[in-house]
Design a protein around this ligand. Structure first.
Ligand code: ADP
Ligand code: NI
Length: 216
């Protein structure tokens, strides 16, 4: 079955849905995750159509962005059903979307299939490296957070909860989330990419602290 028209319709819907987002979930985040997912599928396999649709729709059911998650899931099911996608394929797409989110590690829907794994890896890769750093500063800027408190470096061993309460700087977000992500990748391909992006961020932090301290 040729799914290209469904993918085109999905891209249009997603562009409207994510228009004017300032929380790091803009349309370009979606397209980067989509492209990451395609690259991972090239290497790892899995059902390409399920991966494509789940990547495109993954942030449509984020509780941070919409009030009624169940209603949104119904709408997505209807969108796919109207385009003659099989019920089992729809179920697997929804599962991959539900499994994707980080949510401080408390997400109830766990990654099960290769498709789930690829979509989650693709989303997490977009929080790493040069893009990940940029998104962190954009997010923090929008929230009015401070960039850095100089004692952050001593807090590497804090738990996620302690961090949220104690410190909310853009640099603390590296320790709270970004530097943990390489350990959470599922596929070998994403693990290798994450390792390189992790190293890039470590180098970035080293440079950041040197400049912060006035080293020239
Ligand atoms: P998702 O829902 O895609 O898992 P989030 O909503 O947690 O991700 O984050 C969106 C983007 O903003 C990511 O790049 C993330 O690293 C960044 N971000 C999230 N929380 C913070 C924070 N407290 N400070 C700085 N950046 C953040
Ligand atoms: Ni996302």
């Amino acid at each position: 079955m040729d799914h290209s028209h469904i993918i085109e319709d999905a891209k249009k819907w997603v562009r409207d849905f994510h228009a004017q987002d300032a929380t790091g979930h803009d349309y370009w985040h979606i397209m980067r995750v989509y492209n990451n997912a395609l690259s991972l599928q090239d290497e790892e396999g899995g059902d390409r159509f399920i991966i494509e649709v789940a990547a495109l729709f993954h942030d449509m059911i984020d509780y941070k962005l919409i009030g009624n998650v169940d209603q949104q899931i119904d709408e997505i099911e209807r969108f796919l059903d109207e385009r003659d996608v099989e019920a089992d394929t729809i179920r697997r797409i929804i599962h991959a979307m539900q499994a994707v989110s980080f949510k401080g590690g408390t997400n109830a829907v766990k990654v099960g299939s290769l498709e789930d794994a690829i979509v989650q890896d693709a989303d997490r890769l977009d929080a790493l490296g040069a893009i990940g750093i940029a998104r962190t500063f954009v997010y923090g800027g929008n929230k009015g957070h401070d960039m850095h408190h100089p004692d952050t470096q001593a807090r590497e061993n804090m738990t996620f909860e302690q961090y949220s309460q104690e410190d909310n700087t853009m640099i603390s977000h590296f320790y709270e989330k970004l530097l943990k992500l390489k350990f959470l990748m599922h596929t070998d391909t994403a693990k290798a990419v994450a390792e390189a992006r992790h190293q890039f961020m470590e180098n970035y932090l080293e440079q950041f602290y040197a400049e912060w301290d006035g080293k020239i």
